[in-house]
Design a protein around this ligand. Structure first.
Ligand SMILES: [Zn+2]
Length: 474
């Protein structure tokens, strides 16, 4: 890609400044520009002490006369405009041009020069369509070739073909909540494998994974934003703003890609290709604040103990190097507070999504469900019991309710049982989950099913037989 060194340094790219020149004065041909050489519509505001001209301009709320800067030449106007964004400390704050200054591409610059909200007093222009106009000019006149912003040195990669199953993915009904975050909060793209290698239709397989997670762990939401089957087909499960399961407490800063594979050696080449295409596209478009160095294997994420995704750290280093080379990501800005670009601190207010269990009380009869485990609260450990099969489905009585100050899995409460005189987490009792179920939704005709596909509610999904289901309270 050709880049041009700007004659006058500015924190705003040449591409955007040229677009402004076109939008503000049609390249110095507006009435204001003809009488003042002012090509950018800059008013005679402080710290300007030079000449000025009165001019009537269209403002939000009507036309009014103001004083505008008058320059001896077009060049003087271009120079003044280049420096304008940093001409006072206030102009450098996020309230005014700070966000545009920090933007790494022309689209974000345009977005932050336009009003950031209705009635924004400090934007460059009052026109709510200002960003669209600037971006249109940059693209129509191919101004990116003059782009001096580092972020635009990054190669761009096309969005790979993918199946959008966001409306079919495991979601959460009603009262539950999965956390949301802004895309800029994402610090790492995490690679996983499923630790299985199911062949066949990827849409069916990922659905089966989700069923397993739901039934075994009580997850309200799946683990992976993107899933790649053995044929290399990509399935899109969640928007990047949604915090999914995948790697524990750091999830608010992570997004997840998983391949249907069980070891480093049995990834298919189609999967590896698809994963690279997907990762490069993410790093060049929606997650362009990330570079190759920000990819992580699941096992590298703090607080996780796993061999996922099967690669050694040396292999992962090589993948990072390859991604960086392809992205030319050496030019990506590095966060000085976090030069490794590593997710480290969980969000303060982040709580992993939990199944809200029904409250049980002392004396209630309970049934050990299919996945129960004993808990040793002194060690804060779950203990698998050797009597597992024998006790499965048996009944006992609660002799004590114990609130967990640091919940283990999903349970906020544990119960001591009378007969076994042992403590069990609420998630391993049938009765705790009795008001939750997977219910079929009445849909009569194939047309209605088709319509449902278009407008699935949160928590609803359609199985392979076209039956619509919803997770919810009974
Ligand atoms: Zn993993």
């Amino acid at each position: 890609m050709r880049t041009t060194r700007a004659k006058y340094d500015s924190p705003i790219s040449v591409a955007t400044r040229l677009a402004q020149l076109i939008v503000e004065s049609q390249m110095f041909t507006s009435e204001l520009a003809l009488k003042s050489n002012n090509g950018f519509g800059i008013k005679a505001s402080a710290p300007w002490t030079g000449d000025s001209v009165p001019h009537v301009s269209g403002e939000v709320g009507g036309a009014r006369e103001s004083e505008f800067r008058k320059y001896p030449s077009h060049e003087a106007s271009i120079k003044d405009h280049a420096e304008f964004f940093t001409s006072t400390p206030f102009r450098q704050t996020d309230k005014v041009y700070g966000l545009a200054i920090k933007a790494t591409n022309y689209k974000d610059e345009a977005k932050y020069l336009a009003p950031k909200f209705k009635g924004d007093m400090y934007s460059y222009a009052g026109d709510p369509n200002y960003a669209t106009k600037l971006i249109d000019k940059v693209e129509r006149y191919n101004l990116t070739q003059y782009d001096t912003k580092k972020g635009n040195d990054t190669m761009s990669f096309p969005r790979p073909k993918m199946t959008d199953r966001r409306k079919q993915a495991l979601g959460y009904p009603g009262s539950g909540a999965y956390a949301k975050r802004s895309v800029s909060a994402i610090k790492n793209i995490v690679w996983h494998y499923t630790a299985t290698k199911h062949e066949g239709n990827g849409a069916t397989i990922i659905k089966n994974h989700e069923r397993y997670w739901r039934n075994t762990y009580g997850w309200d939401i799946g683990g992976y934003h993107y899933y790649i089957d053995r044929q290399g087909n990509i399935y899109w499960n969640y928007d990047l703003e949604i915090v999914t399961y995948g790697a524990g407490r750091l999830n608010p800063q992570l997004m997840h890609i998983s391949c249907e594979a069980s070891s480093a050696s049995n990834y298919t080449s189609a999967q590896v290709k698809a994963r690279e295409a997907l990762t490069l596209w993410l790093m060049s478009e929606p997650l362009k604040h990330l570079g190759g160095q920000d990819m992580r294997g699941h096992k590298e994420i703090p607080y996780n103990s796993t061999s996922c995704p099967g690669y050694s750290v040396a292999e992962l280093n090589q993948y990072r190097k390859d991604l960086s080379a392809k992205l030319k990501a050496g030019s990506k800005p590095v966060d000085p507070n976090n030069p490794q670009g590593m997710a480290t601190t969980p969000f303060k207010d982040y709580k992993e999504p939990r199944l809200p269990f029904d409250e049980l009380k002392k004396g209630d009869t309970v049934t050990l469900d299919t996945n129960w485990q004993w808990a040793d609260l002194t060690k804060r450990q779950l203990l698998a019991s050797p009597k597992y099969k024998e006790l499965l489905g048996t009944k006992d009585k609660i002799s004590e309710v114990i609130k967990l100050d640091k919940p283990g899995n999903h349970s906020k409460v544990a119960y001591r049982l009378e007969k076994y005189n042992s403590i069990i987490l609420e998630e391993y009792l049938e009765e705790s989950k009795r008001s939750w179920e997977l219910k079929p939704v009445e849909v009569e005709t194939p047309e209605e099913v088709k319509q449902k596909y278009e407008e699935l509610q949160e928590g609803e999904y359609i199985d392979n037989d076209g039956v619509v289901w919803v997770w919810g309270k009974k």
